[in-house]
Write a protein that binds this ligand. Structure first.
Ligand code: 5GP
Length: 200
């Protein structure tokens, strides 16, 4: 069986990343890696499903043991991708999506050069602000913090292999699958194809 691919998937808050992932994961060739974090679970979040919720002490011990592919501090909490989550699934032929922020993404790009990286962006910063306002779940101050954070993240988007604008959800998902298909068709990813054609 051929191995799966490691896919870095980053998007600022309010870019529809969750909805996109929900659709992508309906395809059973894809799965997500469940990260470890020191932040507290939010209402409805389940340990082992959304995250592995662990203490800071446990997290730092695992860092020392080399259990993480990458880890980063974000809003005073630690987040990290565990080798144990990713390696087995890749060997089973699954494409493993890492839903991670920019700093962790840069580390994975450095450590795993053949990982595919995709950044999901809003059509504009004003549109992002409008969407966050429409959601109505945060105060104006929090919304402006998210917008500033998004601006910092978007300014790193050109470090990713691909940038997909999530304006219309269906188009963004089509773009994602086109990127995956293009990767599969790269000659380097089809090493035995030419001799197969010649020897048929
Ligand atoms: P939240 O606390 O809202 O679930 O996530 C905050 C940020 O941490 C999001 O940008 C999310 O993509 C990122 N994140 C989640 N898991 C990981 C991880 O394992 N590593 C890194 N570097 N970032 C992560």
């Amino acid at each position: 069986m051929s191995k799966g691919r490691l896919i870095i998937f980053s998007a600022p808050s309010g870019c529809g990343k969750g909805t996109m992932l929900e659709q992508i994961l309906k395809n059973d060739k894809f799965c997500v890696s469940v990260s470890a974090t020191t932040r507290n679970p939010r209402e409805g979040e389940v340990n082992g499903v959304n995250y592995h919720f662990i203490s800071r002490e446990d997290f730092l011990k695992r860092v020392e043991n080399g259990e993480f592919i990458e880890h980063a501090e974000y809003c005073n909490n630690l987040y990290g991708t565990l080798h144990s989550e990713v390696d087995r699934k890749i060997n089973e032929g699954k494409n493993v999506i890492l839903e991670i922020e920019v700093q962790g993404a840069m580390n994975v790009m450095k450590n795993v050069p053949d990982a595919l990286s995709v950044f999901i962006a809003p059509p504009s910063v004003n549109e992002l602000r409008r969407r966050l306002n429409k959601r109505g779940t945060e105060t104006q101050e929090v919304i402006e913090e998210r917008v500033s954070q998004a601006e910092r993240e978007i300014s790193c988007a050109d470090k990713y292999d691909y940038i997909i604008i999530n304006d219309a959800l269906e188009d963004a998902i089509d773009d994602f699958f086109s990127v995956i298909r293009a990767e599969e068709l790269k000659s380097v990813n089809q090493p035995s194809l030419v001799s197969d054609i010649l020897n048929k």
